[in-house]
Design a protein around this ligand. Structure first.
Ligand SMILES: Nc1nc(=O)c2c([nH]1)NC[C@@H]1CN(c3ccc(C(=O)N[C@@H](CCC(=O)O)C(=O)O)cc3)C=[N+]21
Length: 314
């Protein structure tokens, strides 16, 4: 039987770190602010919205809520983003995805100033990740790589998308070796599959990305040392599709009839062969929210550090 990669436990640890850092900033008169922008109605987004609000409350981050009707125009949303961009109280902006169909979501997301793009989905953030200009943030918790990475004192940097960032954190927290391993990712989305593949590359894994057009998925998943699935298809991965000892990360969220939440992995059959596995709920999801808060408090810290040569100490 596989051991569990416990996301709730790690998420709580990250949140208590964030809380301490928020308190330190509060002591020198700095409040940390996160804005949440929800357009229209969407069950998964509404749930993430609420979960993030309550995590903000727990850590002392001030949340600013923006709820707009689905009928709103692109320009009206851009005006709200403009307001948030120049609002000094706000350190980060999360725009809940997906946006309504008539809205060009790239147009909206690219309008967030990079300093506040704590979800890491804007073109600058995506480009910096692809060019390896922000991946050093993945090495902070990895003591062995600190020396190599600490050559960099960035004057400005971008944020990493919360879900894949959380996946790397969860693996490292459980001492899963990434370097030299074969990581197989299912899903090529901008928010999860693609950035996760870049992060695994930065960590020097051998990476294969599969998606809905991939022929004979099982042939590839059986080669994985680390298997990450982010498709939103319940039960896609069964025990027959993995080799013994695989580390399995379930990034899928499927709401079944009756409201039960499950991932992409058939937990019963896969957990018999895997060495480590994330449950859903209680796996990657809670860590995602904690990474969003961590990015937000980093944004506030950088703002202080880089925008004045004089630091006010508590
Ligand atoms: N710009 C953007 N970034 C996102 O990261 C984003 C988004 N839009 N839109 C909506 C989806 C959905 N999402 C979830 C994250 C965590 C849980 C989570 O923590 N779920 C709990 C289960 C909660 C329950 O049981 O009700 C868990 O996995 O344990 C759920 C959903 C992030 N999303």
């Amino acid at each position: 039987m596989a051991d569990i990669l416990d996301g709730r436990k790690l998420a709580d640890e990250i949140k208590s770190e964030v809380k301490k850092e928020v308190e330190t900033l509060n002591k020198i008169g700095i409040d940390v602010g996160l804005s949440l922008l929800l357009v229209g109605e969407n069950a998964a987004s509404a749930q993430y919205f609420q979960a993030t609000l309550s995590a903000c409350r727990k850590t002392g981050i001030t949340a600013y809520e923006f709820k707009l009707p689905a009928t709103i125009t692109v320009n009206e949303i851009l005006n709200v983003v403009n307001k948030i961009n120049i609002d000094e109280r706000i350190n980060g902006l999360l725009i809940l995805m997906p946006l309504p169909r008539h809205i060009n979501s790239r147009r909206i997301i690219n309008h967030i100033v990079p300093e506040k793009d704590i979800d890491g989905l804007g073109a600058i953030s995506v480009g910096r990740l692809a060019a390896d200009e922000s991946t050093f943030q993945l090495f902070k918790k990895d003591k062995r790589d600190v020396d190599q990475q600490s050559r960099f004192i960035p004057s400005i940097w971008s944020f990493l998308p919360c879900t894949p960032f959380g996946v790397i954190r969860l693996l490292e927290h459980h001492n899963v070796k990434i370097k030299g391993k074969h990581a197989v990712i299912i899903g090529k989305s901008l928010a999860v599959g693609k950035p996760l593949s870049t992060m695994f590359l930065a960590k020097e894994a051998t990476v294969t990305v599969c998606h809905k057009e991939t022929a004979d998925l099982g042939r590839i998943t059986r080669q994985a040392d680390i298997l990450c699935s982010a498709t939103g298809r319940a039960g896609l991965i069964t025990g027959r599709m993995i080799k013994k000892g695989t580390v399995v990360v379930d990034i899928g969220i499927n709401v079944l009839k009756g409201g039960t939440i499950t991932g992409d992995i058939d937990f019963n059959s896969v957990s018999k062969k895997a060495s480590l596995i994330t449950p859903v709920p209680g796996g990657v999801g809670p860590v995602t929210i904690s990474m969003l808060l961590e990015n937000t408090v980093r944004s506030a810290q950088r703002n202080e550090l880089f925008k004045s040569p004089l630091l006010v100490m508590g």
